[in-house]
Design a protein around this ligand. Sequence first.
Ligand SMILES: [Zn+2]
Length: 404
Amino acid sequence: MATRAIRGNIVLPTEILEDGVVLIEGNKIRFVGSPDHIGEDVQVLNLFGHFICPGFIDIHVHGASGADYMDGDTAAVRKVNAAHARHGTTSIYPTTTTGSFSELDAMIKACESVQETWTVADGARIQGVHFYGPYFAADKVGVHAAEGRRDPARDEYEYFLSRPIVRIATCAAELPGANEFYQYAHARGCLVTCGHSNACWSELDAAFHEGVRHVDHFWCAMSSVSSLRKRFGDPMQASMEQFVLQNEEMSTEVIADGIHLSDDLLRFAYEMIGPRRTCLVTDANRAMDAPPGEYVFGPAGSGTVVFSDGMSVRGADGGLASSMHGMDVMVRTMAKAVGRNLHSVIRMATLTPAELVGIDGEFGSIAVGKKADIVVLDRSLEVCVVIIDGEFYFSKNNADLKGF
Ligand SMILES: [Zn+2]
C-alpha cells in the first residue's frame, strides 16, 4: 500500500509539533513525528507553516447550501454534508428540529440511507444523528416551529432512540416524562443532553442522576438566574449555567460565530469550563453557503421563516436563528477570543466532541491507528486541504492533490 506524507505543523491535543510529518497508509495514520522518518518512496505534500489538524467533528448542525436535514431526503442530506466538509468538518451529527413524527422519521431514514452508502465523495461522514427537537420547553423553543414542539411521549421516543444511528438525545429537563426519556437514552448509550430548557438547578440535578451529561449551546435557549426569576419569583434560583460550571462531569458547546456570543463569553467558557468539556458547534442552518434572503428553519414544509443578511440569520422577531457558518469560522473566532493555545481550541472541534460521543478510538486526533481525517489550515486558519478517510476531498484553490 502506498504511503503518503503531509509535512507541516502538526496539531496534537496537547501541543503543536512544529515541522512534523503525518504518514498515511490507506485510510489510516501510520506515523506522527519527525520528517527524518519519511522514506524515499513516499509522496510528500509539503505544507510548511500550515497547521495539520484532525478533521472537525460537529455534534450540532442543521443544514447548509439551502438544505436542512429535516427536508428528509437523501439529496438534502448529501448537500449539507458536502458543504460542511468544505469547511473542514469530516464527522457530522445531523440534528433534528421540532417537527411531526413523519418529518422526524423521514429525516432519520434519509440519514441512515446516506450513512449506509457513504463514500468520500459525499463529504462529511454521518457518525450519528442528534435527536434534538421536538422535546423543548414551550418558553425556550426559540426559532423552532412551536407547533412541532411537544412533551416526551414514550412510544415516540422509543421508536426513534432504538435506531442505532441516534447517538445524541436532547430533552428539556422540566418537561413531564423527561427523566424517563433520559433513562432510556442513557441505556441506549447516547450522549444525553438538556437543551431549549428553562430548568433550575434541582431539575438539572435530577436529570444528571438519570444520565444527562451535556447541555446544548451554552447561554443560548437555556435557563439563567434572571429567566428563572420569572418562573419562580424570589429567592433567585441557580440555573443550568451554574450547574455546568460547578459539575466537572458536565459538558457543553458554544456557537463561536462571533454573533451569538461575545469574545468575552467565549474566553469565559474556555477558561472556566475548559476545552475538555466545551465543544465548538456550528448549529448551522440552510442559509450557510447560500445567498442572503428568506429561508425556512427546519422542515421545508412546516418550519419557521427566517432571514439571512449574509452574516446572521434571524426570525421575524429579530432573534438569532442558529448560525450560518462552518466550523472553520468557529475555530477562527474562538482562536481570536482565546488568543493562545491553538491546539486547545482545535481540541474543542475535534477530540472533545469525539470523546463525548465515544468515537475517539478512531477519530478526533492525529494519532497512529486513527482514521486519516485531516484538515489543513493556513496561517490565517483558513481551510486549505481536507482529507477524508485517507483520500483527498477538497483544496482551497482547486489544486489537484488526488495523487498526493
Ligand atoms: Zn440547533
